[in-house]
Design a protein around this ligand. Structure first.
Ligand code: ADP
Length: 421
């Protein structure tokens, strides 16, 4: 009999992994899918469907989210989780509000709690205002985001601008009194005609109380934090069993296309420790050289238990130089395609344990490998778990760790493989 209970719809890829990671830590067996899958999912407690709908047109985000909802309903899910960004990335046009309203309509439900709070990750909500560390959202770097600048920290106001229905607040004075008080406040908001309630949470215990209060809620709209409180409603508790993956096999490799500060440090630490590393030169790709072939010829004799690193990242100045010559979008696409082809070539040559650094780079690699589903395993560092996937394009199974640029400690490229042993 299927144990599938929770159906999740995430508005981007690395956000989906972050949510899946939290659910696994709280005791659920989880599969993450890339888009709405064609195959059913077996033997898990939750599925996270990763969409790319955070910054698309609202109508498109709604259509994709409803397609995901229908698929999750057909799989037998009884509760649904719309995963949004922990900095509530959106504009007055959406997409959080329009998608949340469409999901409520489709479920025939009349209320959803909404909170991006995740104190462990320094995201807290108080009096409806979102803090990033010790700064209000509107004073954080998010105010300059190129696509979704967040200039107002008051989430009641932010969400209200995106929806037809009324938005209220479940304030901290209520949340700290526990699940019953939260449920009473939700009933009050519904009686007042509200369809959404922004929920304050400044500590894990607030999220745990909220989780219990939501045991029969049809829909929750949240960052990844609320995930820590939901599995208990199904009699599940944190255990290593949920994170168990099949044994790892094959050679170890890292492919990195991130230029983020944390990744640059990880590359430097790997090289300093004597790890074999090969740098991809974007200008040689643009000149038409067979960079994929050169990289694979370098890596193949070195493949084994110790990881090899193939990377494109550089300091800001050389990256800007390349972007000036090729254009930022073309440079990015060329490097992504090259690294994805290298990742595929490595798996074809026997790599069974692969770390990919960079959000966009990970998306390209997963696509090149033909991965459609990832079983989520043990956490390496916060927000980054090992996963197990069938690489359809290569006809083999592979363990993957997909690291968003700024995640992970300095020795991530070594620690990751130790975590899998
Ligand atoms: P992150 O998670 O750090 O943002 P991404 O993979 O999402 O990493 O984005 C990094 C982008 O930079 C990708 O499009 C990648 O192809 C591009 N890139 C990587 N290395 C270089 C480079 N040396 N010059 C120009 N662009 C690069």
């Amino acid at each position: 009999m299927s144990t599938l209970r929770l159906g999740c719809i995430a508005d981007d890829f690395t956000g989906a992994s972050d949510l899946a990671n939290n659910l696994v830590r709280a005791g659920m067996a989880v599969v993450q899918t890339i888009g709405v899958p064609s195959q059913p999912v077996a033997d898990v407690d939750a599925v996270v469907v990763a969409l790319k709908s955070r910054s698309t047109a609202a109508a498109d985000a709604v259509a994709r989210s409803l397609a995901a909802l229908r698929w999750l309903q057909a799989q037998g899910c009884s509760q649904f989780y719309f995963k949004v960004c922990s900095t509530f990335d959106s504009t007055p046009a959406g997409n959080i509000g329009p998608v949340a309203e469409a999901l409520l309509d489709a479920l025939g439900a009349d209320f959803a709690c909404v909170t991006p709070a995740f104190p462990e990750n320094a995201r807290t909500v108080y009096q409806g205002h979102l803090f990033v560390g010790d700064a209000l959202l509107s004073d954080s770097g998010m105010r300059n985001h190129p696509l979704t600048p967040m200039t107002d920290a008051n989430l009641v106001r932010v969400l209200q601008a995106q929806v037809q229905s009324r938005v209220g607040l479940v304030g901290h004075a209520v949340v700290r009194r526990g699940p019953e008080a939260i449920r009473a406040r939700i009933a009050q908001l519904r009686a007042e005609g509200c369809r959404f309630g922004i929920v304050d949470a400044v500590a894990d215990q607030d999220l745990l109380a909220l989780g219990l209060a939501l045991h029969d809620a049809a829909l929750v709209v949240a960052g990844s934090g609320v995930a820590i409180g939901l599995p208990r409603n199904h009699g599940l508790a944190p255990s290593a069993a949920a994170a168990t993956l099949p044994p790892a096999r094959g050679a170890a490799a890292v492919v990195s296309g991130s230029c983020s500060v944390a990744t640059n440090q990880q590359v430097a630490a790997f090289v300093q420790a004597g790890g074999p590393a090969w740098q991809v030169d974007p200008l040689r790709i643009a000149q038409g050289h067979d960079v994929v072939g050169e990289a694979l010829a370098w890596a193949t004799p070195l493949l084994g238990a110790q990881p090899v690193l193939l990377y494109s990242g550089a300091a800001p100045a050389p990256v800007q130089d390349v972007q000036g010559r090729l254009g930022a979008a073309r440079a990015g696409a060329l490097v992504e395609q090259t690294l994805a082809a290298i990742a595929k070539g490595l798996v074809e040559r026997g790599v069974g344990r692969l770390v990919v650094a960079g959000g966009e780079t990970s998306g390209a690699a997963v696509q090149a490998l033909g991965v459609q589903q990832l079983r989520i395993g043990p956490q390496i560092d916060p927000g980054v778990p090992w996963c197990f996937a069938g690489a359809r394009a290569c006809g083999v199974d592979v363990h993957l760790a997909l690291k968003s640029g700024n995640f992970g400690g300095p020795d991530f490229f070594r620690d990751a493989f130790a975590r899998l042993a």
